[in-house]
Each structure stands twice: as structure tokens, then as C-alpha cells.
Design a binder for this molecule. Structure first.
Ligand code: GTP
Ligand code: MG
Length: 210
């Protein structure tokens, strides 16, 4: 008998200040290429990444939200029904790190899961090929920062050199599946919910809600 393959579709937001590399990360992740030229995103762009997740298929619908949108009033509309988020900053520009908490607050104030919890969010310290000024100069303890600000993990990434992007996405998917299981259990307390959260070799450098 043919086994029916399960499919999951998740909307994932990619947010963070202007020029931190959101579009570049998505381009690297989905199309395996990189361009050094900067063209600011206007409004929102979309990309689809299809993953094999054990015996199942995961479709990530990536919403690439322009950095300038934090000052507009459309984020509430863009965030709707998302299951997870990447919040990105540029390790060479401290102001973009300072904006991380503002983006996270914006996210949490406008979006929550049906069980009232916040969506899974992973923090990306991008452009690590250019140094790690923000991380070293300020003595920022990233693990602590993530715990205090409700991130499930963080990764130093480079869209240019293709560092840690797959790993960060695996971490996010793992936590999205876990929160989906949580919601299923809350909705149908007397039945056994499907075990979607099978371990995969995702080398999640800092998972606080495993
Ligand atoms: P907005 O659309 O304005 O919000 O910006 P964005 O966050 O989408 O930034 P984008 O991906 O357009 O990248 C901005 C600039 O940074 C571009 O010139 C990219 O080539 C460069 N860039 C992005 N990621 C990296 C990286 O990992 N390393 C280096 N060296 N440059 C990067
Ligand atoms: Mg962009």
C-alpha cells in the first residue's frame, strides 16, 4: 500500500533593519546564490523553500519584509498567521542589534499562536564573514539575550559565505513543529496527537525550548 506523504506549510517572517541581509539570506537559502549589490526591498517579497523533513515535506513560505516597514503600519497585516520568524541584524552595525528588541516587541505585540504563546523566533547575527564587532566589542552575552527576549536560538550567519543558514532554518522548523504539537495537544486533550517532532540532525547551537 502506498504511504501518503504528510505535508506541512509554514509561513515564516524574515524581519530586521534595513540592509542587514534578509533578502540575501533568503536568496542563499532558496536559490543558492549571492549578490554584493544592495537593492532595498519595497514592502514585502516572497520565496518558497521545500524541505524533506524525515518522511515528510515541509514548505516554508518566507516573507521577506522590508526593513523600512518597521516605521510603517503594515507589519500587522504581514505577520498574520505566521508560525515562525527570523530576526536579523548585521554584526558590523550596532544600531541594527539595538533594533532587534524593537522588531521582537513589534512581532510579539501583533502576533501570537492560538494558544496565546509567541511564535518561534530565531536570531541571526548576519555578515559574520566581515567580523563580529557587535558580538565582541559590547560583551553581549547572546545566550542570555535570547532567553531574556524570547528567542529559541541564535546563529552567526553569512549569506555571502553560506554559513549556518541551513542550520538556523532547521532550528526554526524544529521549534515550529514543536509549537504546532503543543497547540494540537491543547485543542484535543484526550487524544494522542501525531508525533511530528522527530529529532533531526539539526545542530541547533542554542535551543532553549527543545
Ligand atoms: P532591506 O530590503 O532594505 O530591508 O535590506 P535587506 O535586509 O534585505 O538586505 P540585503 O539582503 O539587500 O543586503 C544588504 C547588503 O548587504 C547587500 O549589499 C548584500 O550584498 C550585503 N550582504 C548581505 N548579507 C551579507 C553577508 O552575509 N556578508 C556580506 N559581506 N554582505 C552581505
Ligand atoms: Mg531586502
Amino acid at each position: 500500500m502506498q504511504k501518503i506523504q504528510k505535508e506541512h506549510l509554514y509561513k515564516v517572517l524574515v524581519i530586521g533593519d534595513l540592509g542587514v541581509g534578509k533578502t540575501s539570506i533568503i536568496k542563499r537559502y532558496v536559490h543558492q546564490n549571492f549578490s554584493p549589490n544592495y537593492r532595498a526591498t519595497i514592502g514585502v517579497d516572497f520565496a518558497l523553500k521545500v524541505l524533506s523533513w524525515d518522511a515528510e515535506t515541509v514548505r516554508l513560505q518566507l516573507w521577506d519584509i522590508a526593513g523600512q516597514e518597521r516605521f510603517g503600519n503594515m507589519t500587522r497585516v504581514y505577520y498574520r498567521e505566521a508560525m515562525g520568524a527570523f530576526v536579523v541584524f548585521d554584526v558590523t552595525r550596532p544600531s541594527t542589534f539595538e533594533a532587534v528588541t524593537k522588531w521582537k516587541e513589534d512581532l510579539d505585540s501583533k502576533l501570537s499562536l492560538s494558544n496565546g504563546k509567541g511564535v518561534a523566533a530565531v536570531l541571526l547575527a548576519n555578515k559574520c564573514d566581515q567580523g563580529r564587532d557587535v558580538l565582541t566589542n559590547n560583551g553581549i552575552k547572546m545566550d542570555q539575550f535570547c532567553q531574556e527576549n524570547g528567542f529559541v536560538g541564535w546563529f552567526e550567519t553569512s549569506a555571502k559565505e553560506n554559513i549556518n543558514i541551513d542550520e538556523a532554518a532547521s532550528c526554526l522548523v524544529k521549534h515550529i513543529i514543536a509549537s504546532e504539537n503543543d497547540m494540537l495537544q491543547a485543542e484535543v486533550p484526550d487524544t494522542v496527537s501525531p508525533q511530528l517532532n522527530s529529532p533531526r540532525n539539526a545542530s541547533c547551537s542554542a535551543c532553549f525550548r527543545s
